[in-house]
Design a binder for this molecule. Structure first.
Ligand SMILES: NC(=O)c1ccc[n+]([C@@H]2O[C@H](COP(=O)([O-])OP(=O)(O)OC[C@H]3O[C@@H](n4cnc5c(N)ncnc54)[C@H](OP(=O)(O)O)[C@@H]3O)[C@@H](O)[C@H]2O)c1
Length: 332
C-alpha cells in the first residue's frame, strides 16, 4: 500500500467559465483508516462523466460541489481493508470515492461486483453508461422496429450504446456527433445507419433530409434538442437524459423554441429520467446487455487515459469531445 493518498481538489468553482486546469489542485494526505462498519478502498479506474461538470453548477440529483473539496466522482475501486462483513480485501466495488487514491466509505453503501475481464466493462457497458442507455431508450423512448431513433452525443459513452441497442431493436438509427471522423466511426464500426455532424453549417438541413424522428434520445439539450423537436413525427417520444451543451459555460440566453406548441400539435411525450429510479430492474438490464455483448451485437467502446494526474485534463477533454465511448482514468 502507498504511504500517502494523492487527492485532486476542485480548488475553485468555474462558475460560468469553461472548466480549466487551474480549477484543480493536486495534494497529498495520509492514507485514512477505516472505523467501525467502514471500508478502505483503493481507486483503480476513475469514471469521467459529463455530469462531473454539471455538479459544479448547483444541486442536481446530488448536492452541489464546493471549492476546496476533493473533486467528486465515481470509481471502480478495490477493497484494501474492511470492517464490513460482506466485503473482504480484493473485492471490487463501484464507489463515490472522489478523485483520490484511497477513500474510507460506509460499508453499507457498497456492493461487491462480480469479477470480470476486463474489469473496465463494470464501469462502461455494465455500469452507469450501459444501464442509462438501456432504461432511457427502452423505458422512456419505447422504440418499435422500423422507427427512426436519433441520439445526440452519439459517440459518447451513453450515446454509443443507445444507438446500438436501437439497432438491435430493429430501428433505423441516426447519430448526432461532432466532426466527420466520429460520424464515420458510428456508421462503419458501430453500425448506425447515418450520422450528422452538428458542427456542420447545414446541420439542420441534413437532419431534415433524414426524415421524421420517432424517438429522440437527448443527451445535450439546447439547439440540437430544438432542431430534433421540430423534426419529430406525430406521437414521437423524447427521452431526456441530460443537457451537456449547457454544463460547461454560461447558461443559454433562452430555452428551445417550439415548447409547448409542438408538444401539443405533434402529441409528443417528453420523459426525463435518472438511472437510480431503475435500481430494482438492474439485473434485467445486465442480463440483456451481457447477451448482446456476448453475441457480438453490442460493441464496447472504452477510452482509457493513463495516470491519476491526468484526470482534470481528461474531464476537460471529454467536455470538448475528445472521447469515443466511455472515458475513464487508469489510476495505477
Ligand atoms: N439521466 C441519467 O441518469 C444519466 C446518467 C448518466 C449520464 N447522463 C447524461 O448523459 C449524457 C452523456 O454523458 P456522458 O458522461 O456519457 O458523456 P459522453 O457522452 O461520454 O461525452 C460527452 C460528449 O458530448 C459531446 N458534447 C460536448 N459538448 C457538446 C455540445 N455543446 N453539444 C453537443 N455535444 C456535445 C462531445 O462529443 P462531440 O464530439 O460529439 O461534441 C463529448 O464527447 C450527459 O448529458 C449526462 O449528463 C444521464
Amino acid at each position: 500500500m502507498a504511504e500517502t493518498n494523492r487527492q485532486i481538489l476542485l480548488d475553485r468553482l468555474p462558475g460560468a467559465d469553461k472548466l480549466a486546469p487551474e480549477h484543480f489542485r493536486l495534494t497529498e494526505t495520509p492514507v485514512p483508516t477505516p472505523g467501525e462498519g467502514e471500508v478502505l478502498v483503493r481507486t483503480r479506474y476513475i469514471s469521467l462523466d459529463a455530469a462531473n461538470r454539471a455538479w459544479m453548477q448547483g444541486a442536481t440529483y446530488r448536492s452541489a460541489l464546493e471549492g476546496g473539496q476533493v473533486m467528486a466522482g465515481g470509481a471502480l475501486a478495490e477493497v484494501v481493508a474492511s470492517n464490513a462483513s460482506h466485503l473482504a480485501p480484493g473485492d471490487l466495488v463501484f464507489a463515490d470515492t472522489g478523485w483520490q487514491d484511497y477513500a474510507v466509505l460506509p460499508g453499507k453503501r457498497l456492493s461487491k461486483l462480480p469479477p470480470m475481464t476486463p474489469m473496465t466493462h463494470l464501469m462502461s457497458v455494465y455500469g452507469v453508461a450501459g444501464l442509462t442507455a438501456y432504461f432511457g431508450l427502452l423505458d422512456c423512448g419505447q422504440p418499435k422496429a422500423g422507427e427512426t431513433v436519433v441520439v445526440s452525443a452519439a459517440a459518447g459513452s451513453v450515446g454509443s450504446i443507445v444507438g446500438q441497442i436501437a439497432k438491435i431493436k430493429g430501428c433505423r438509427v441516426v447519430g448526432i456527433a461532432g466532426g466527420e471522423a466520429k460520424g464515420r466511426w458510428l456508421v462503419d464500426d458501430l453500425g448506425f445507419d447515418a450520422a450528422i455532424d452538428y458542427k456542420a453549417a447545414d446541420f439542420k438541413r441534413q437532419l431534415r433530409e433524414l426524415g421524421g424522428i420517432d424517438v429522440y434520445f437527448d443527451n445535450v439539450g439546447g439547439d440540437i434538442f430544438e432542431a430534433c423537436l421540430f423534426g419529430m413525427n406525430l406521437h414521437g417520444r423524447i427521452a431526456c437524459c441530460g443537457a451537456l451543451s449547457q454544463y460547461d459555460g454560461a447558461p443559454p440566453p433562452h430555452g428551445p423554441r417550439g415548447i409547448p406548441g409542438l408538444i401539443v400539435t405533434k402529441r409528443l411525450t417528453l420523459k426525463g429520467f435518472v438511472l437510480y429510479d431503475f435500481e430494482d430492474r438492474r439485473e434485467e438490464a445486465l442480463t440483456a446487455l451481457k447477451g448482446w455483448v456476448e453475441s457480438g451485437q453490442l460493441k464496447v467502446s472504452e477510452d482509457i487515459v493513463d495516470g491519476f494526474e491526468n484526470t482534470p485534463a481528461a474531464l476537460i477533454g471529454l467536455l470538448a469531445g475528445e472521447n469515443r465511448g466511455k472515458r475513464m482514468v487508469k489510476v495505477r
